[in-house]
Ligand binder design. Structure first.
Ligand code: C2O
Ligand code: CU
Length: 457
């Protein structure tokens, strides 16, 4: 819930802005949220109506240098209120874009100036965080790239925003966003897979070239399983954060909703083509195709790691433990859970569209899941007591998985738990504020799987 402090800050911001001369206000570039359309189905079918940022799917690719300030004005030309979340940025809380928690929603016709520091280089993204099961599905997402101070040694830097949408026979996005069946199962899975807004993405590359592929899963609920063909690759970063050592790609890569992977790939194909593949139950498909032209450099040595981002060391020995029980969904259901301060039965909850709970709480309540002091380290022991996977995302801070040997995995902002899986993550609560913690299967979030963690300064 919006605190008095937030409201006061909001008022102060409005007043200060009002006092600025016109020229200063015009300096923020615009990110306009509004209706548009794109030809996604074959050419003899209708164009698909979308909601996008600046008229394109994905929205404008935003690029800044590490350490620069992000200063963009979001204008809302949608029929509904909205707000924008800058996913993966260790951001100041008031700019985090969660309506009702960190800001008032931006009404139709309104605007909001997002203005924050960019501490971490990496592949991040932005998306609507209001009625996101609908607004993200309609196309309100884009890449937010923060560049390393020194450009790494690659021949091309390609962003691949992958998604799936559910189209009807009329080539329009089906409007069944609140469908309880999707919600209680794996979420809204689409029937058309997209890369950068198109069912077929193709790039021209030279043999032996080294490419940086920044892959962002913007899908509502689809978990992508990706592989390489004619390409030799290394994982360089996960969820924007560089790995200490690049990891050779041998097995297929799993990318849950909201997760990102930065790959360096060398074009090794002897054929005229190479592929980024995605696999599903029926086989492997081209997620992106590469036309290979002759020539190019000699092959390079294995890549060096990307430069590290600022560190906030996790003090595992003194970390506060917190259990996180994820339950609900089809097959298991919820016996009971609290909703808006009331204990309700599973049936009563389902009548209100609530089918998931975290620690027997359906949906975000006024009380945080956990309150910790700034600087404290935290361990979240997560247990998925359900028949479906969940992609749990924490705003504002990255966490690391606590591995079975007691060590820490790479920093991430979203972690996938399979059915009945348990995983523990740890993080340093280095960023003050109220930080949303939720499943990034957007229907699951809408169906109750969301809470928040308060870090008090
Ligand atoms: Cu991608 Cu709550 O965020
Ligand atoms: Cu989920």
């Amino acid at each position: 819930m919006l605190s008095r402090r937030h409201v006061l800050q909001g008022l102060a911001a409005t007043t200060a802005l009002g006092a600025l001369p016109r020229a200063a206000r015009a300096a923020f570039p615009l990110l306009d949220m509004g209706p548009s359309a794109a030809q996604i189905a074959p050419g003899d079918m209708a164009a698909t109506d979308l909601w996008t940022f600046n008229g394109t799917l994905p929205g404008t690719e935003i690029r800044h240098a590490q350490g620069e300030r992000f200063q963009w004005r979001v204008t809302n030309n949608l029929p509904d209120p909205t707000a924008v979340h800058w996913h993966g940025i260790r951001i100041e809380n008031a700019m985090d874009g969660v309506p009702g928690l960190t800001q008032e929603p931006i009404p139709p016709g309104g605007s909001f100036d997002y203005d924050f520091a960019l501490p971490d280089a990496g592949t991040h993204w932005y998306h609507s965080h209001a009625q996101s099961v609908e607004q993200v599905e309609r196309g309100l997402y884009g890449a937010l790239i923060v560049e390393e101070p020194e450009a790494p040694d690659v021949d091309a830097d390609l962003t691949l925003v992958i998604d799936d949408i559910r189209l009807g026979r009329d080539a329009q996005i089906t409007a069944d966003f609140d469908n309880l069946h999707d919600r209680a199962h794996a979420g809204r899975i689409g029937n058309v897979v997209l890369t950068n807004g198109a069912p077929e993405a193709r790039f021209e590359v030279a043999r032996n070239a080294r490419l940086r592929l920044r892959i962002i899963n913007a899908a509502n609920a689809r978990i992508f399983t990706l592989g390489l063909m004619g390409l030799d690759g290394w994982v360089m970063a996960l969820d924007g954060m560089p790995l200490a050592e690049p990891r050779k790609v041998v097995d297929p890569l799993t990318l849950a909703p909201a997760q990102r992977v930065d790959l360096f790939v060398d074009v090794t194909s002897d054929e005229a083509e190479a592929f980024l593949l995605h696999f599903d139950r029926t086989g492997g498909y081209a997620q992106a195709s590469f036309t290979v032209t002759p020539g190019g450099n000699a092959r390079r040595d294995a890549p060096k790691p990307l430069p590290p981002n600022p560190e906030f060391p996790i003090d595992l020995a003194n970390a506060v433990p917190q259990r996180v029980l994820l339950e609900g969904g089809a097959m298991r259901g919820l016996a009971e859970a609290r909703l808006d301060g009331e204990m309700l039965s599973g049936r009563e909850l389902a009548q209100r569209g609530m089918v998931w709970a975290i620690n027997a709480q359906a949906g975000r309540d006024a009380t945080p899941l956990l309150e910790v002091a700034l600087g404290q380290s935290v361990r979240l022991g997560m247990a998925n007591d359900s028949a479906f996977p969940h992609a749990m995302h924490l705003h504002g801070m990255h966490f690391a998985e606590v591995l079975p040997d007691g060590g820490l995995g790479p920093l991430r902002d979203t972690i996938l738990l399979g059915p009945d899986e348990t995983k523990e993550v740890a993080f340093a609560a280095h960023n003050p504020g109220d930080w949303l913690f939720h499943c990034h299967m957007l229907g699951h979030h809408a169906g109750g799987m969301g809470s928040f963690i308060r870090v008090t300064a």
